[in-house]
Design a protein around this ligand. Structure first.
Ligand code: ARG
Ligand code: ZN
Length: 870
């Protein structure tokens, strides 16, 4: 059944206090709750029955003000109970029994490697006890945990207020959270855990204890997360004026986790893969991901917890804003340009695909069947771009005034995206009426830009047209308010001054379907550098020639647009190659393009980080997303040809650059060293694409001697993809023997094999599924092997016989019985069948039908599959 935003109603009852008492047992945990409930004065007259959500619970007893209710006083419903009420204020006592050990959904309370933990967002709390499980019900929580002493660590939100022994070999700890919060921010952890401890002094001088809990074997992998946490705390004070508000902040690492991490008040719980790292076991990308996720969850303390969401349609209120905050944090800690390039690549490749697919939805959806399906790139990443546009339109000072007002006005409340925009408007006096369409209209807007130069008048006119394709339920779109940042270059590559003040960059505000902008007093026709820094989440079309793109690539002052020019060039070349492949023509790369790559490689003035980015060919997935009709076979052939041709033509240059960078030094995570490793490993990949003995020897040498996982994993990857059987298999085996005890490295190892275009064919992936390291109950392993294949192995997954799709369907059917959220995540690649040409589209659809006909689907999977078959 579908839930609509327009049906939102304030809750009938409020819960002022929530007292929870847990007696932990693997298969029969007893949960006692005492709720202080009162009629919501804002919700009308009378005493309607009280609805409490509850899923997979055994109800033991229910009482009002101490009097047990007999069954005629409440009605059991499929998703909860409806309780008759005869007074406006009362205590409700409920006892339930739950089974954490058999809970494979990883929502509510579950066991992971012998450790109890919870995941309550979005609707997991209802698997713990009967409760009005909605974010606009905010309550003060007190939690007592009773467990055997083999679980020395017992954690919940807030401050510890008492502890002591209990009967038998048990003990208890009681926690009290002084801040009101919705149930989705509740957390509990119990286990035999070690911890690292540190402390942070806030700007106002309060001392906060920081603790990071893991299993003992991982305790050496927590330093980076703690360092990141302190940086994040400092950053939020400096940039947003936000201080931490409890005396203790805890992070826990858990191996079984559906998402990246969770911002539970004072007790963040992380997927192990997003928090644990050491140089020997984690790549640079992992270190950076950890920094950004630790920041993200910490920033939620204000953007999410202190100010939370009224209902789940408002999810982007906290997620879009918090992703924007964590992206800026990462940009400040590392290379700003590289961070932007990475984020935009992700958005263009995956969010644009979402916008163009059957699950397309606005940043604030107006309906859903299962909210878990809406933790999407649209809500998170596009949502962050929407906040970024507000930042661009208001400027940094106006934006800060807006965020101050937002936090002040709504502290302790559950609010809406509208409240956020209004605070920004009120603080800055800038009109965002039309801008609000970014929250309500789905789809990726398309800008088409043309220009005209009048030589006699010296005026240059840019005409911008905007449109947005239809999406499910939204045929017609009204024009968006789009900030278009641009600069103009003269023929020497200098930036033109656009006003009397020496400004060389401006933001055009596009608000109409078609609009023209005039620049005067120019002596020559300039070259526009459009959508600088990707100032809006749109596609933009301007008829650049190859020469103009080459010119922008080497002259634009906007680093992002230099990279973007390189991508446009590559897309043009790849599209020609696809065309040639389809028509049986000769595949050829233009000499200018090869020359451009050569000059990037030889340019000693460019930062290595940027060189590495400029040399990346677009992924097959992003080529697919940019195509109107996806011809998988042609995409694979075109990209492979481009890679081979560049590798052969520039072998000497790649070799020289590799050698220059391949110097032995002690490991550091400085931006410079990270960039140099990335560039070095990019060179290694091109070198090995030639599959010459010389190049493969370099990879082998690096594999054998690397002192860090970035270099080791890069070498392993090229050996898997380009070495002969003997060498590749030896490397795979050796690596596994070395690292089989380390969960994070094993996941990397699984992922590299299933993503390998050479070795990750269907039968290899089927074998990996039989490997002892694979576990269908562990989402990280599923994402590594099944996700690695379906989302990361374009050529093998899209084999023309459709065997990849059928395999995915079978896996998803099995997975759905264990973990519906993960099943619904994994099925995505085949749901976009309509964009594929001919037979592939038909075969994807057959696989989807197979899932549909397989019987009883979870609500999660049903929503995704049924919408994509519509
Ligand atoms: N709020 C978490 C974050 O942004 C994500 C939790 C989502 N959980 C879920 N089951 N959908 O970091
Ligand atoms: Zn978040």
């Amino acid at each position: 059944s579908t839930i609509y935003l327009k049906d939102y109603r304030a809750p009938d009852y409020l819960v002022d206090n929530t007292h929870l008492h847990f007696e932990l047992k693997p298969k029969a945990t007893l949960v006692k709750s005492r709720l202080k409930i009162r009629r919501n004065p804002a919700a009308g007259e009378g005493l309607p029955p009280l609805f409490l959500d509850g899923v997979d619970l055994i109800l033991l007893s229910i009482a009002i003000d101490g009097a047990l209710l007999s069954p005629e006083h409440y009605e059991k419903m499929p998703q909860g109970i409806l309780v008759s009420v005869d007074k406006p204020e009362f205590f409700l006592d409920i006892q339930t029994c739950i089974n954490p050990e058999d809970n494979t959904t990883l929502e509510g309370l579950y066991l992971s490697n012998g450790m109890y933990c919870t995941q309550c967002e979005a609707e997991g709390f209802r698997r713990i006890t009967f409760y009005p499980d909605r974010p606009d019900i905010m309550s003060k929580f007190t939690t007592t945990i009773v467990a055997p002493k083999e679980y020395p660590v017992l954690l919940s939100n807030g401050n510890e207020i008492s502890r002591g022994p209990c009967e038998g070999d048990h003990h208890y700890v009681t926690w009290e959270d002084p801040f009101s919060k919705p149930a989705y921010l509740f957390a509990l952890v119990a286990g035999n855990l070690q911890y690292l401890e540190d402390c942070f002094i806030t700007a106002s001088g309060r001392k906060v204890k920081l603790q990071l809990f893991t299993e003992e074997k991982n305790i050496n992998k927590g330093d980076h997360a703690l360092r990141s946490l302190k940086n994040a705390m400092r950053w939020d004070e400096a940039v947003y004026g936000r201080e931490y508000d409890l005396d203790i902040f805890m992070i826990v690492a858990v191996d079984h986790f559906n998402m990246g991490a969770m911002e539970n008040k004072g007790l963040n719980i992380f997927n192990s893969a997003c928090v644990l790292a050491s140089p020997e076991t984690a790549t640079d990308a992992t270190f950076q991901r950890i920094e950004s996720i630790v920041g993200h969850e910490y920033f939620h303390n204000w953007s999410g917890n202190r100010v939370t969401c009224r209902d789940w349609f408002q999810l982007s209120l906290k997620e879009g804003f918090t992703v924007f905050r964590d992206a800026e944090f990462s940009a400040d800690m590392n290379s700003r340009a590289v961070k932007r390039i990475e984020d935009v690549s992700l958005l263009r490749t995956n969010q644009f695909a979402e916008d163009a697919g059957p699950m397309a939805h606005p940043v604030r959806p107006d309906s859903y069947m299962e909210i878990s399906n809406f933790y999407t790139l649209t809500v998170y990443e596009k949502g962050a771009e929407v906040v970024r546009m507000i930042h661009t339109l208001l400027g940094p000072r106006g934006f800060r005034k807006g965020s101050d007002l937002y936090f002040e006005r709504h502290d302790g409340c559950a609010v809406t995206c509208e409240d956020f925009v209004r605070a920004m408007e009120d603080a800055s006096q800038i009109d965002l009426v039309q801008f609000r369409r970014w929250y309500s209209q789905a789809g990726t807007p398309q800008l088409t830009v043309t220009d005209y130069f009048d030589e006699t008048l010296g005026t240059y006119v840019l005409t911008v047209r905007q449109s947005c394709p239809p999406t499910p339920g939204q045929r017609e779109k009204r024009p968006f308010h789009i900030p278009l940042k641009l600069g103009l270059l003269d023929k020497n590559g200098n930036e033109l001054v656009l006003d009397g003040q020496g400004t060389t960059q401006c933001v055009l505000e596009i608000t109409e379907a078609e609009q023209s902008f005039e620049f005067t007093e120019l002596s020559e026709k300039p070259l526009p550098s459009l959508l600088r820094d990707f100032s809006a989440p749109v596609k933009i079309d301007y008829p650049y020639s190859i020469d103009q793109l080459l010119f922008l690539m080497s002259n634009d002052s906007d680093t992002f647009n230099r990279w973007d020019a390189s991508q446009r060039l590559a897309f043009l070349a790849l599209s020609d190659l696809q065309q040639a492949y389809r028509t049986g023509g000769v595949l050829q790369l233009q000499p200018e393009l090869i020359a451009a790559y050569r000059s990037v490689l030889l340019n000693r003035d460019l930062e290595p980080a940027l060189v590495a980015e400029l040399l990346q060919l677009p992924s097959e997935q992003s080529i697919a997303e940019a195509s109107v009709h996806i011809d998988a076979e042609a995409i694979v052939a075109a990209r492979e040809f481009a890679l081979q041709t560049l590798a052969e033509a520039l072998f000497g240059e790649f070799r020289a650059q590799y050698t220059a960078l391949n110097v032995r030094k002690s490991f550091s995570l400085s931006a410079k060293d990270i960039a140099e490793r990335k560039l070095k490993n990019t060179c290694l990949l091109y070198l090995c694409a030639t599959e010459t003995a010389d190049a493969l020897a370099l990879a082998q040498e690096q594999f054998d001697t690397a002192n860090n996982m970035t270099d080791k994993a890069a070498a392993l990857s090229v050996l898997i993809n380009h070495a002969g059987d003997k060498q590749a298999i030896a490397a795979i085996e050796q690596f596994y023997q070395c690292w089989k005890e380390d969960a994070q490295v094993v996941e990397l190892w699984l992922g590299q094999q299933s993503r390998s275009s050479r070795r990750g064919n269907l039968s290899a992936v089927e074998k990996l599924i039989q490997h002892p390291a694979f576990d269908l109950k562990n989402p990280n392993r599923v994402r590594a092997v099944i996700g690695g294949f379906a989302k990361g192995n374009f050529s093998q997954f899209h084999r023309s016989d459709g065997s990849g799709f059928e395999f995915l369907a079978d896996q998803v059917i099995t997975l759905d019985k264990l973990n519906p959220q993960i099943a619904a995540q994994q099925v995505i690649p085949i749901t976009r069948w309509k964009r594929y040409t001919g037979d592939l589209a038909r075969k994807m659809k057959i696989a989807l039908k197979k899932i549909m006909d397989s019987g009883d689907l979870s609500g999660d999977l049903y929503e995704v599959v049924s919408k994509s078959l519509n």
